[in-house]
Design a protein around this ligand. Structure first.
Ligand code: HEC
Length: 244
């Protein structure tokens, strides 16, 4: 009887959607920055992703492409079809307004134009940047909040900005964020650090849009294997009890 109850409990957990998500504490994005997607049980915070998309679209998209993303992909962030259609139609491509099936606009289809604009540096495509290095989410946050006055012993290169997170310390990207650069529909205070945390969350989703379903499948598979292990032990015990 006890075994049956146990098996029923395991099955109940196995078939309860998002059973694990409830244990994730509410995201406190700042000081110290924390992303809900971090860790083995991490999942995306859609409100943060929507805010991060706003920052990307308002600020970063004028220099960076994100070719792997299509406007229709935004439904995964919780935007409805009308909102996505409005976002797409606000983007002007060479042949008219963007549609849901277009990839995110590339502001510099000709890389040499970007190189000319930024003294040789080309703004990288941001679709998978977060996955391109370890702790990519945090690196993006640190980079965006890492602008500072150059220490006295550093000679500043022309058209470069001192940044504590960028390898070598001098980057050709001008500081893109400041307080109140965007205004958030959900009432979150748009400090520069909040904007950086949100766009880092958005770019993490862009690089790994299937994280939620991947972790859910992993959890179910693990629970199923635990259930099978109990079953195997129970069967083994039963068989050997009868054999003795
Ligand atoms: C005015 C143009 C411009 C804007 C706006 C801009 N960037 Fe950049 N970004 C650049 C350039 C140019 C580089 C290349 C810098 C270099 O290699 O020195 C760059 C590089 C980067 C890198 C790569 C850094 C590395 O380690 O190689 C990341 C990440 C990045 N930008 C993120 C962002 C995000 C996020 C935003 C929006 C909040 C943004 N950028 C806004 C021009 C821009």
């Amino acid at each position: 009887m006890r075994r049956l109850t146990l098996a029923a409990a395991v099955l109940a957990v196995l078939f309860t959607h998002h059973a694990y998500a409830q244990d994730v504490p509410d995201a406190a994005p700042l000081s110290p920055p924390h992303w809900q997607s971090e860790g083995a049980f991490g999942s995306y915070d859609k409100a943060a992703l929507q805010r991060g998309f706003l920052v990307y679209q308002t600020v970063c998209a004028s220099c960076h492409s994100a070719n792997a993303l299509h406007y229709r992909d935004l439904d995964a962030l919780g935007f409805d079809t009308a909102q996505i259609a409005a976002i797409a139609s606000g983007v002007k491509l060479a042949n008219g307004p963007a549609t849901l099936d277009d990839s995110f606009k590339n502001p510099y289809p000709d890389p040499s134009a970007a190189a000319a604009a930024f003294g040789g540096a080309i703004p990288p495509d941001l679709s998978s940047f977060a996955a391109s290095r370890p702790h990519g989410t945090r690196y993006i946050f640190d980079l965006l909040t890492g602008y500072a006055g150059a220490p006295g012993d550093v000679s500043q290169l022309p058209n470069h900005y001192f940044n504590t997170a960028f390898p070598g310390g001098q980057i050709e990207m001008p500081p893109p964020l400041k307080d109140n650069q965007v205004s958030y529909a959900d009432g979150t205070k748009p400090t520069a650090a909040q904007e950086a945390a949100d766009v880092a969350a958005f770019l993490t989703w862009a690089a790994d849009p299937n994280l939620d379903s991947r972790k859910e499948i992993g959890l179910r598979a693990t629970l199923f294997l635990i259930f099978l292990a109990f079953l195997a032990i129970a069967t083994k015990r039963k068989i050997w009890r009868e054999a003795v």
